[in-house]
Design a protein around this ligand. Structure first.
Ligand code: ADP
Length: 266
């Protein structure tokens, strides 16, 4: 049992040793608790799609559908749940690689405006389906930035997908600018917003404000925790401002190194 305490409280050397051991055991206990929580979250997240897949497969086998149309609906559910499990697995792999420092980053000088535009184009159809307008604005010249282009696109796509997912009407605004040696990317929506009590937990693994809503919209609850870590491995910072019922703004800042500052502007 790692959580055993050393019940010695003297102020001598043995006392400070006891104190050090107690601190360590407290941290181990916390670590084990986190690990336990993490694995029970994963098994829960996997069980849900498996339950659906099993249920609807049996329903088809036993011909429990009314007509061909309903059979097709059942097959669609099975397919969606498979896609979800796949996404969950990909997200988990990313997360574990980042946390172990084993994510293989392909650094190159990239034009972030180009990457951002590609991500905006990718979500355009989903936005149009919900009648949301997407505005993209490059406010200043942007220097080239040394980063992994694929991962940068993953960051932007994730935030943009969330913006579409959690916005019912209005618009999504994307801006990129360069000031004081930093590239700033802002993604704002006019969506449901996030309450003050939820904001501090938003980047935690598996944290969702509304589990069933996120689930029905195709979320895994891992997106933002991956985004935050990906921004971090590129030396950047991310934060959010939100007003419940009004909308949310995510801001990413990438500080450019001295030598990158001398790059030509794009
Ligand atoms: P999910 O896969 O559930 O979207 P994320 O890690 O991407 O997981 O986001 C965590 C939670 O943060 C979401 O479930 C949602 O409650 C909230 N959230 C994220 N982006 C937004 C946004 N733009 N507007 C409102 N809520 C958001």
């Amino acid at each position: 049992d790692f959580s055993a305490r050393v019940p010695y409280q003297g102020s001598d050397e043995i006392g400070s040793l006891a104190n050090a051991i107690n601190n360590m055991s407290y941290r181990l206990e916390k670590y084990q608790q986190n690990r336990h929580e993490f694995f029970s979250n994963i098994s829960h997240e996997l069980k849900t799609p498996i339950t659906y897949i099993k249920g609807y497969t049996q329903a088809i086998q036993k011909k429990l559908y009314r007509d061909e149309k309903e059979k097709k609906l059942f097959l669609n559910i099975i397919e969606n749940e498979t896609v979800r499990m796949n996404k969950l697995m990909d997200d988990l792999m990313d997360l574990s690689k980042i946390e172990e420092g084993k994510l293989n980053l392909q650094y190159e000088k990239i034009d972030l405006t180009h990457v951002l535009e590609m991500a905006v184009n990718k979500i355009q159809i989903k936005a149009e389906e919900k009648r949301l307008t997407v505005h993209y604005n490059q406010e200043t010249d942007i220097p080239l930035f040394v980063a992994d282009g694929y991962r940068m696109e993953q960051i932007f796509t994730n935030l943009l997908e969330n913006a579409v997912r959690y916005t019912e009407e209005g618009s999504i605004k994307v801006t990129i600018s360069y000031h004081h040696s930093s590239i700033r990317i802002r993604i704002s929506d006019t969506g449901i917003g996030i309450s003050d009590k939820d904001i501090p937990h938003l980047f935690d693994r598996f944290y969702r404000v509304d589990k069933s809503r996120s689930r029905s919209l195709g979320g895994t609850g891992l997106g933002l925790s991956i985004v935050k870590r990906l921004v971090g491995v590129h030396g950047g910072r991310i934060h959010l401002d939100s007003v419940e019922g009004k909308g949310t703004t995510f801001t990413i800042l990438f500080l450019l190194l001295e030598e990158e500052n001398h790059n030509e502007k794009v």
